[in-house]
Design a protein around this ligand. Sequence first.
Ligand SMILES: [Cu+2]
Length: 394
Amino acid sequence: MDGTVNIYMRPIEGVTVTIDLDSIKIVGFLDRIKVPAPKGDGTDYRGSQQSPPFSPSLNRITSVQPDGPSFTLSGHLVRWGSWEFHLGFDVRAGTIISLASVLDVDKGNFRRVLYRGYILELFVPYMDLTEEWYYRTFFDAGEYGLGLSAVPLQPSTDCPANAVFLDAYLAAHDGSPVKMSNVFCIFERYAGDILWQHTEVGIPGKVITEVRPEVSLVVRMVSTVANYDYIVDWEFTQSGSIRLKVQTYHICVVCCLWLVLVNLILVGLTGLLKVRGSVYTHMDQISDEEYGILVAENTIGSRHDHFLTYHLDLDIDGEANSFLKLTLQMTKVDAQESPRRSYWKVISEKAKTESDARIRLGLDQAELLFVNPSKRTRVGNTIGYRPTASRILC
Ligand SMILES: [Cu+2]
């Protein structure tokens, strides 16, 4: 360990052991290459081991709700503001949100948005063809289990001071129940942001300002899969959107992934980088790509992806939903019609088959909508939910 607890920064490269799991015997052993193990120096991530500290310290900060939280828990049913949903735990998927509904204040009834949603898989393939790395194509949900890998959340660090914690149970291999403490925290988040604001100065003699604060409800789970720590937040907002956020920042920041489906969904990845030992100590010695970036002497941060796929069974105001793709079409204008030469209008396409619904997320201007074609607003507009996604790979 060379004086560090960051065992991932001390890889021993070139050694492959093949084990017959039926006989529990080593049937193959390969010691292919000799690569120096990177030094442990400077790799310990604990603040207590760092000198000088990684940033100047700030004054204490906390969230206080003098009247207590605004949400209620009835078993696994969560009620907050206009929202109501069921919170479930699954060994493989981790958090499962079901029966999420919004209260229609005018009608006095709940209207369904999401029948059930969860992370279906989290695929992490490494872009390295060497003997000891080519097979590293992990399924973090299916092979490790996001629920099974959930860690107990610590009050006031993993979750703010106003959080409420929930335990979960799973069945062990012999069928006996195993309690996992504090796997969920639920809290109301207020980060000083504005939900809605307008200042009106157009009325003579008056200045009217109306502001509503952005307060949301977060359900959090942290799953630690070896070197990665995934922070999975389901966030419900007062404007009716659901965000599912998964983020992972690896220390050293070779890979960072940020996948966001705002309005419908968002996930946090954090933790440590998976590195490969190398003979190189400076980029000048490297002529080819080497499957990664030299992040320290003898240490290559391996290039890889985190692909998140979601199971989202939507019930937008009922079960019969359609998927619409709205694109912008540039339209030329006749000189007699208007002094303008062009404008854009919206073209709506409804997916008739699954293949029609396939989309390639990218920079194309498109608005995606899940609608309930049998329901309309008072003025006849379609009722729906809009998923948005953004992806940054750095
Ligand atoms: Cu990564």
